[in-house]
Design a protein around this ligand. Structure first.
Ligand SMILES: [Zn+2]
Length: 312
């Protein structure tokens, strides 16, 4: 369904471009002047260009004049709240979902101002990431869930969806993001498993191999929005960092925070375990950013030191 939506946007866009080119050709033949310098207002993406791979997070700074009441970005149907960075700039973390279609897409940023709204338009070039594919053959009873577990998993997924869909209006995170544990990163982000010939959903986090009982810390400030003991993810913590950014820590042996508790970057939230459906102790670390499934290490790499300590 999402792929169809993307195709539609692309088709519309190229048609618009074609109409524009034809209009220029037509006008150029009538008026022997260079029309291009005044024409680009009609083009998309004239305010700049960004690029990144599937699963990456882009740090986008936009210039804003006046005193905007709100600055909101829209990218591939997802809404991205921007926040004030300096007097004249707003900043947003734009997540490229692990399965966003490669190609150029528009990031539209609406600056709501009492003097009238303004629209900024950027091109975002999404590049393809190569994900590992794993073929597994397992006994049928290990793969198929019984009726009881199916009902359980469905209700757990629904609960998680409701939590991740809610957007806290305040930015709770501050400054750099850190790794929750030190260990061997398995590179499992985006991995597709084909079990008994049937492709499963992509692995939407990163797995870090580390011994049982290792302390797991929060990647940034936030609120422990939900603590769970779920069928697949086992004991897990969902941290709300505000503005639609959530981090998740699964398969824990122990959870040391409570629902609704305010937490700080580097604070212990639990210990590494092997709870839920897993073959051994490791941390599954995931991030959801305004609905996009992104690689958590992409946040760690952002140059945020000292850039976001002011506004809160
Ligand atoms: Zn995992």
């Amino acid at each position: 369904m999402m792929i169809n939506g993307v195709d539609r946007i692309r088709a519309t866009k190229s048609r618009t471009d074609l109409v524009f080119i034809m209009a220029v050709v037509l006008l150029a033949s009538v008026f022997p002047v260079n029309l291009l310098p005044s024409a680009p207002h009609e083009l998309r993406g004239t305010d700049g260009q960004f690029s990144g791979k599937q699963g990456e997070v882009l740090l986008v700074k936009v210039p804003v004049g006046g005193h905007p009441t709100e600055v909101v970005g829209r990218f591939l149907g997802r809404q991205i709240p921007f926040f004030q960075d300096t007097v004249a700039t707003y900043m947003g973390l734009v997540g490229i979902d692990m399965q966003d279609a490669p190609g150029t897409h528009e990031l539209a940023v609406e600056v709501k101002d009492p003097a009238g709204p303004r629209l900024l338009s950027y091109n975002v070039l999404v590049m393809k990431e190569k994900y590992p594919v794993q073929h597994l053959t397992l006994p049928k009873e290990m793969v198929d869930l019984n009726e009881e577990n199916l009902v359980r998993v469905k209700s757990e997924q629904e609960r998680v969806r409701l939590v991740l869909d809610a957007v806290s209006r305040n930015r709770l995170w501050n400054g750099v993001f850190i790794e929750p544990v030190r260990g061997e990163v398995t590179g499992a982000f985006g991995r597709v498993r084909i079990i008994n010939g049937q492709p499963r959903g992509p692995h939407n986090g990163e797995d870090i191999d580390t011994p049982l009982g290792t302390e797991v810390v929060a990647m940034n400030d936030g609120i422990a929005r939900l603590t769970v003991d779920h069928f697949f993810s086992g004991k897990g913590v969902f941290v709300d960092h505000g503005l639609g950014l959530y981090s998740m820590y699964f398969h824990l042996s122990e959870i040391t925070v409570q629902d609704g508790e305010a937490i700080k970057r580097g604070q212990m939230i639990g210990k590494v375990g092997a709870s839920g459906r897993t073959t051994g102790p490791h941390l599954h670390w995931g991030v959801r950013l305004n609905g996009a499934r992104v690689n958590p290490f992409s946040l760690v790499k952002l140059p945020l030191d000292g850039t976001t300590t002011a506004a809160r």
